[in-house]
Write a protein that binds this ligand. Structure first.
Ligand code: ADP
Ligand code: ZN
Length: 288
């Protein structure tokens, strides 16, 4: 059985087909322009693939509530050409197959929870630190949506006393995304994150913010596993720094096995940057 998967991003649309084991059989990438330009290309790709269903993991905000009349529509977004666009309906109509949609970060979390590091974990968080910062939450075995969907990248941060950077988020300035996204790193230090590998102070500060956010999440939702992905997390030296600072933040409050084994508690994404598209395959499987 072949399923269609779309990972809709702000810069590119990844279209793939895969099987019930999450194996990706074929994949292409199409630049994200306007719906008029981009959608026909996506439809063209899936049209003759004989897919059984389609799963979509998309940039947001997006209506992810199946019972809502605007389920699958893109909501208010800086990508103005897409505001109000019925992404799910457009593809469902054109391809005439069952389809489901969730956010890009929930897609990655679903991928990890189905085939990766959060397999069989009932309570997990996935955080991506990339162009933006976002995250998905599984609580009691269910993806958390709530009134919209979590936007944990916009949680408020206590700034490090040495950090005078004003923050990159147009809404909140110094939220987590405003202080710790890839573009925030580049803006603060003047060169791209990749060129800062040897600058210890960069990763000390970066890990300070990520650890603070993770400690907040531990206090609020008590996850059993925390998975970190996205371009910035390719800097593997961040992991030990983050783990140590998380424990510093918790300051001995919890006496838990998970936290004693923190190397297996805060872990990198495990699916080779395919977690998003694999999650979309699972969304397709679930749509049947
Ligand atoms: P997106 O968030 O757009 O889906 P990524 O997760 O790759 O894509 O994030 C892109 C951001 O991550 C950019 O700001 C880039 O500078 C940063 N980035 C990408 N690769 C690395 C790396 N190896 N080390 C540090 N930062 C990186
Ligand atoms: Zn913000």
């Amino acid at each position: 059985m072949i399923y269609g998967a779309l990972e809709a991003g702000g810069t590119k649309m990844v279209c793939a087909i895969g099987d019930e084991n999450g194996k990706i059989v074929d994949q292409i990438s199409i630049p994200t322009k306007t719906p008029d330009e981009t959608m026909p290309k996506i439809i063209e790709y899936f049209k003759d693939k004989d897919i059984k269903a389609l799963g979509i993991a998309t940039f947001g905000p997006v209506d992810v509530h199946p019972e809502s009349p605007t389920y699958g529509h893109i909501l208010e977004t800086p990508k103005t050409a897409w505001i109000g666009f019925d992404l799910l309906g457009c593809l469902k109509d054109a391809l005439n197959v069952p389809a489901g949609i969730d956010t890009d970060v929930n897609g990655s979390l679903i991928g990890e929870a189905t085939w990766g590091a959060a397999k069989d974990v009932s309570d997990a968080v996935y955080i991506t630190i990339g162009t933006g910062v976002g995250g998905g939450i599984i609580s009691g075995g269910k993806i958390v949506h709530g009134m919209l969907h979590p936007e944990l990248g916009h949680m408020k941060m206590v700034r490090d006393s040495s950090d005078n950077y004003t923050g990159k988020c147009p809404f909140h300035g110094t939220c987590l995304e405003g202080l710790a996204s890839g573009p925030a790193i580049e803006d603060r230090w003047g060169v791209s994150a990749k060129e800062l590998v040897d600058r210890d102070e960069v990763w000390e500060l970066e890990s300070y913010y990520i650890a603070q956010a993770i400690a907040n999440l531990i206090f609020i939702i008590s996850p059993k596993k925390i998975i970190l992905g996205g371009g910035v997390m390719h800097q593997e030296q961040l992991f030990p720094l983050i783990r140590k600072k998380v424990l510093d933040n918790l300051n001995g409050y919890f006496k838990l096995d998970e936290l004693s084994d923190i190397d297996n508690y805060i872990i990198p994404a495990s699916l080779n940057d395919d977690q998003g598209i694999m999650g979309a395959i699972k969304i397709a499987i679930d749509a049947v």
